[in-house]
Design a binder for this molecule. Structure first.
Ligand code: ZN
Length: 244
């Protein structure tokens, strides 16, 4: 079975639709997301409606939690806080209900989904050796799927605790069989941060134990125009074109 992994969509419907069109040609049977459905971008309700249609199952990110008042925006940087207040203001009731119902972790077969890390599903960035060690110590299934850093990668842990890090470049297919534990980050769909502005996602093949990373070009200018029209901060629109 082939499952599309979507993370950090960040209210970017144009990027999401481009990814769904790309995935439609790749024999995908299910869609999972690892949070930050909203925040930063201009289309929170439309993105949630699309995820409901698919349907996609997923988990809550820090931007989702803050948009519905579950956590404070004090920890957010100033621009993220402005965008989060904007999102909370425009979000309609069905979108709000959808975000409130998202769990912080979700287990499905050999996979565990979460946004940040298993130690701190909403906030922690899996970007240091220490963070990965703590994460893998809590991982009860062979594979976890995370998000939050917006950097596509596969990290595998050997029985002797050695880590192998593979950056998820476009069209790369990697096996995660034979290693004790794996953690997949499909990258930032709606706001990539690795210098490549194209939307990032991944497809796992559960039979072959492989993950394929994909990048998809989309109409960034159209999203920027909606952000400016909606009054979202200019630097958040500009960064989409830089992929940072
Ligand atoms: Zn995010």
């Amino acid at each position: 079975m082939r499952i599309a992994l979507l993370s950090d969509i960040h209210s970017n419907l144009t990027a999401l639709d481009a990814v769904l069109k790309d995935a439609a040609g790749r024999d995908v049977a299910a869609f999972w997301h690892t949070g930050d459905v909203v925040g930063y971008g201009p289309d929170p309700d439309a993105v949630i409606a699309r995820l409901r249609e698919l349907p996609a199952s997923g988990v809550m990110g820090n931007h989702d939690a803050a948009a519905v008042g579950l956590i404070s925006i004090e920890e957010f940087n100033p621009l993220a806080a402005i965008a989060n207040e904007w999102t909370a203001r425009v979000l309609a009731a069905p979108g709000r209900d959808y975000l409130l119902a998202l769990p912080r972790t979700r287990q499905d077969g050999v996979f565990t989904l979460l946004h940040g890390s298993l130690r701190d599903p909403l906030w922690e960035y899996l970007s240091t050796r220490e963070a990965f060690d703590a994460h893998f110590a809590l991982q009860k299934t062979p594979v976890s799927v995370c998000g939050h850093t917006h950097i596509p990668m596969l990290v595998q842990r050997e029985d002797d605790a050695r880590l192998h890090v593979t950056i998820g470049e476009d069209a790369l297919v990697v096996s995660f069989a034979g290693r004790a534990l794996a953690c997949i980050n499909p990258g930032g769909l709606g706001q990539p941060r690795d210098g490549d502005p194209r939307a990032s996602y991944a497809i796992v093949d559960t039979g072959a134990s492989t993950v394929a990373f994909h990048r998809v070009a989309y109409d960034i200018a159209a999203v920027q125009a909606r952000m400016r029209a909606g009054g979202l901060p200019e630097p958040l629109a500009a960064r989409l074109a830089a992929g940072r």
